[in-house]
Design a protein around this ligand. Structure first.
Ligand code: GUN
Length: 288
């Protein structure tokens, strides 16, 4: 039987409208307007698209949007100065420094200069540590979106075997921490794992976040499993065209899985919606 397709676009639209309602309520009750500041360094085309979409959606849900654009050769001190100003600005409740940063900039230093209370990406070492130790943290947006979709489909995740493919600080590790918090049995597999297919085949929940186009094929998937595809890979489609695909071979896996998130239209739209939700949370905390 064909897998149920998890519609991230519709789910994200629902989340955005709940965020908009929260923003309106905060304004009404306390006169507070959440503000999200984005810092973009350089001209990376994918980053430009992300930042444009973030700005538009921030305004659409009633928040303030601030953008700081710097040239690719901007000095690290210049970026740190902007972060310091945003940390001190009471109109700014969330700060996002778009990654990747140019090679001459120490991204870790910049991220860890953000006030953890305004770190709506959840990348600051304090938030990573809080999440890893099961405490209240600002949670990275992509894994948070994945978790919301999993909870919506499966209800309780307790006792399920979750396999996360990929060990990045942005997706793999926080995803594993969140699934552990939900009382899943969690396995992380990666490029050096021996017997990766057999481990993936044990998964009730399979989250693919490796950045390898269509790596997960039907023989990696237990029949009926819920599969979340975090990959966004642009591949050559011939005749000078490109095509967006995930880390999961959609056509073959959809014949085996119980549910599957597509690319595009799965996890992607959830990431920005979760960013807005985190910004609302950060603003609401200001009022205690
Ligand atoms: N670049 C691509 N995705 C992201 C994201 O979620 N946050 C930041 N800061 N940079 C990104």
């Amino acid at each position: 039987m064909a897998a149920e397709i998890i519609d991230g676009k519709a789910f994200a639209a629902g989340l955005r409208s709940r965020v908009a309602a929260g923003v309106a309520a905060l304004k009404e009750a306390h006169g507070l307007v959440p503000g999200l500041a984005v810092v973009l360094v350089g001209e990376d085309p994918a980053s430009q698209v992300y930042v444009r979409n973030k700005g538009r959606q921030t305004l659409e849900c009633g928040m303030q949007s601030f953008e700081h654009r710097l040239p690719a050769d901007a000095a690290e001190t210049e970026i740190l100065d902007i972060v310091a100003r945003l940390n001190a600005d009471p109109q700014v409740h969330g700060i996002l420094v778009q990654l990747p940063l140019p090679a001459h900039v120490d991204a870790g230093k910049v991220i860890n200069a953000i006030d953890p209370a305004k770190d709506v990406d959840g990348f600051h070492i304090s938030n990573a540590g809080l999440l890893a130790t099961g405490q209240k943290a600002m949670v990275p947006c992509t894994p948070l979106g994945c978790l919301m979709m999993l909870r919506d489909r499966l209800g309780s995740l307790s006792g399920k075997h979750a396999v996360v493919i990929g060990r990045s600080n942005i997706v793999g590790k926080p995803m594993a921490a969140l699934l552990l918090r939900e009382s899943c049995t969690v396995t992380i597999v990666h490029s050096r794992t021996v017997g990766i297919e057999a481990l993936c085949r044990q998964a009730d929940i399979l989250v693919a976040a490796v950045g390898r186009p269509e790596m997960v094929t039907a023989d990696w998937v237990k029949p009926g499993a819920t599969v979340i595809d975090v990959g966004i890979n642009r591949i050559d489609a011939g005749e000078g065209r490109t095509r967006l695909v995930g880390d999961v071979a959609f056509a073959s896996v959809s014949a085996v899985a119980g549910a599957l998130s597509p690319v595009p239209g799965g996890v992607g739209p959830m990431t920005i919606a979760c960013l807005l939700a985190n910004t609302l949370t950060a603003c609401a905390r200001v009022h205690g």
